[in-house]
Design a protein around this ligand. Structure first.
Ligand code: NAD
Length: 364
């Protein structure tokens, strides 16, 4: 990958950056996406936002030559190779990015879009068809799977020593509306927005889901889902609405066969490697052999290193670098692909369809 697995290159060091345009000059893009371009082969030609004044301010700050309030005019005049889309929702709950992405693909541009990719599997299919007929790539910014921590966990659980993932538990703070309100897309916008994060991790580490059943708590909207994956592995997703805002939010644990790996708070990883069993009642030391002892990684926070920026440890720089690699090398994305978005939207639709306490297959 362009970025964290090797030496990081700065934007101005690329000789053949990609001619890019950007739709959206909002809060998240200001904090996390435009700043990530400092480490990507991006030549930001133009920014479009319905608020022309904000587009102009962002253009000055992030170095774009032109601004627009109409994306079609921008596509026509700038002829970008790739477009980044970071927009939000219409009042009826529809995602603005879907139609924008379809327009970009029709104009011959590759598309990077923020999650959620769409509000339904039908919309993802529309994007898949448009991408196919345009011969262009669409990548969604599923940041966590691009984070250095999750890349290492994926490596660990895929190695022969781990014995294949057999079960997983994921915790993430998110409230789910009551079953009766789930047909209302507006009521479901926040859930859709956030479910992409834990769902992308589940899919990345375990593969596609077969079936789920969830229980739901009425005061907070917290839920616990029991899941079975197509591989036969099992898992739980605990959406911890009601937790304190001061609490670390996420925890992921994958179990293999005589091995497990735990990620706490997005940055701390412990790999409990396969090690010989200890005779019960006859073992006087808890120390396991050094060659099979647990491995533990956590960051140091003292140096002005790139890895100490959230742009790096949350996966933003790598999700953008990965897209740029796909565009420049003509490779088909696996991570953040429309196929992955389709699976995540299948899970979203399963929650809308299935009452608490019942089982549903995730594929219909
Ligand atoms: N991955 C993450 O960590 C993360 C974090 C926060 C938000 N997000 C995602 O980022 C997206 C944006 O969130 P936000 O809080 O920045 O929203 P926002 O409302 O601050 O920004 C959206 C911008 O899009 C512009 N826009 C809408 N339609 C447009 C159009 N047709 N043409 C041009 N501009 C248009 C709006 O004017 C606005 O400036 C959401 O999809 C959200 O899920 C992701």
């Amino acid at each position: 990958m362009t970025t964290t697995t090797g030496q990081v290159r700065y934007q101005f060091e690329y000789e053949d950056p990609i001619r890019c345009a950007f739709i959206g000059a909002g809060g998240h893009s200001y904090r996390n996406i435009y700043p990530s371009f400092q480490y990507a082969p991006v030549d930001l030609r133009a920014i479009c936002d319905l608020d022309g004044d904000r587009a102009a301010k962002y253009a000055r700050i992030f170095g774009a030559a032109h601004t627009y309030t109409d994306h079609r005019e921008m596509l026509e005049r700038e002829r970008p190779t790739a477009v980044f889309i970071v927009t939000a929702y219409d009042p009826d709950g529809r995602l603005q990015a879907v139609d924008l992405a379809l327009d970009c693909l029709a104009a011959g541009a590759h598309v990077w879009m923020e999650k959620p990719t769409a509000t339904s599997t039908a919309e993802v299919e529309q994007l898949q068809a448009a991408a196919r007929s345009a011969g262009r790539t669409v990548v969604t910014g599923m940041k966590t799977v691009f984070s250095p921590v999750m890349s290492r966990v994926k490596e660990i659980v895929s190695g022969p020593e781990f014995g294949g993932p057999s079960s997983i538990s994921v915790r993430y703070p998110l409230s789910m509306p009551a079953y009766e309100r789930r047909a209302d897309l507006v009521a479901m916008n926040w859930f859709l927005d956030c479910i992409f994060h834990p769902a992308a991790v589940l899919l990345h580490l375990m593969g596609p889901l077969d079936r789920i059943s969830h229980e739901w708590e009425e005061r907070t909207g917290a839920s616990v889902t029991v899941m079975r994956f197509e591989s036969g592995a099992i898992g739980t997703l605990h959406l911890t609405a009601g937790e304190s805002p001061s609490s670390p939010s996420s925890r992921v644990e994958v179990i293999g066969d005589n091995a497990n790996v735990v990620v706490e708070n997005g940055t701390s990883v412990t790999y409990y490697r396969p090690t010989p069993a200890r005779a019960y009642g006859r073992t006087g030391s808890f120390m396991v052999p050094t060659e099979s002892a647990p491995l533990h990684w956590e960051p140091e926070y003292s140096y002005g290193q790139l890895y100490n920026k959230n742009l790096f440890y949350l996966g933003y720089v790598d999700e953008i670098g990965y897209f740029c690699d796909c565009v420049r090398n003509g490779t088909t994305p696996e991570l953040g692909s429309l196929d992955q978005a389709f699976h995540i939207l299948q899970l979203f639709e399963a929650y809308r369809r299935a009452e608490p306490g019942t089982w549903t297959t995730v594929k219909v």
